[in-house]
Design a binder for this molecule. Structure first.
Ligand code: SAM
Length: 256
């Protein structure tokens, strides 16, 4: 068997992450460059090394998961969420069930809580947030961010929900209380049901076409009729009707 394929198998066994469902060229390039940088010539010697050195292992996990995020990422889309999607979802309802999947370090679910706070009392906002990467979610729970993560945050929101301490911004505890973080692997775990809004952005780009199709199918089942699926700004779905979706706005799909 090809050396990389064997590595993928062993990583799957060790971490539960099946790299064969991620686009191969891109992932292999990322991992080969890390392996080379650490001085291993083969994937099998690199695997031996990560098995006995937790810092090398954590570094590999970090490399596999790609955690970049920011508040109000692609701000215009969040403006559509605020001005069109949320008012639509809240018609005749006082609560909505929201899931931020592949939430990384928390900027996305906290953004959702900040936006929802303009419509509902904070005590009625519950957002489920998940990611495969526990380390990223540990940072999310702390809620402390550098200034560059906040560059798209509207001034009134920044003033209301962040406290500056030195070079860092702390998310207010009332916003933190709205979000529950839980580990979830999109490729292997059960999906939440009965959602009104599912947000899954900037992770589908890493998956194979086959894996994407399965994931869209599962998200579609997660949503209530009329619920909305919000995707990343490079992640348009080409045949939404295959998954019982209709275009609601650019990068927003409604479950039929
Ligand atoms: C680039 S971040 C996206 C963060 C946020 N959604 C955003 O758009 O800013 C991609 C996230 O996907 C997560 N991820 C990768 N594979 C995953 C999987 N199989 N299941 C769940 N999360 C996964 C990574 O851990 C990472 O935190």
């Amino acid at each position: 068997m090809q050396e990389y394929a064997e590595f993928v198998k062993r990583v799957h066994k060790k971490t539960g992450i099946d790299l064969s469902l991620y686009k191969e060229a891109q992932m292999k390039r990322r991992l080969t460059s890390l392996r080379d940088r650490r001085g291993y010539q083969t994937f099998s010697s690199y695997f031996e090394a990560i098995s006995s050195d937790t810092s090398l292992f954590d570094e590999l996990l970090d490399r596999m998961t790609i955690n970049v995020s920011e508040f109000y990422r692609n701000r215009q889309r969040f403006d559509v969420l605020e001005n069109k999607v949320i008012p639509h979802l809240l018609q005749g309802k006082k609560r909505i069930k929201v899931w931020s999947a592949a939430c990384s370090t928390g900027e996305e679910p906290y953004t959702l809580a900040m936006i929802l706070s303009q419509f509902l009392p904070l005590s009625q906002i519950e957002i489920m947030a998940s990611d495969i990467d526990e380390n990223a979610m540990e940072r999310a729970r702390k809620g402390i961010y550098p200034e560059r993560s906040l560059k798209e945050v509207p001034a009134h929101i920044k003033q209301k929900f962040f406290r500056r301490e030195g070079a860092f911004y702390h998310v207010s505890s009332e916003i933190k209380r709205c979000v529950t973080f839980k580990k979830h692997n999109l490729l292997a775990d059960e999906y939440e049901q009965g959602c009104d809004l599912v947000v899954c952005r900037n992770v589908m780009i890493y998956f194979t076409e086959e894996a994407k199709n399965t994931i869209y199918q599962k998200f579609s089942r997660s949503l209530n009729r009329g619920g909305i699926f919000f995707v990343g700004s490079t992640e348009q779905i080409f045949s939404p009707n295959k998954f019982q979706f209709e275009v609601f706005d650019t990068f927003f799909y409604q479950k039929g």
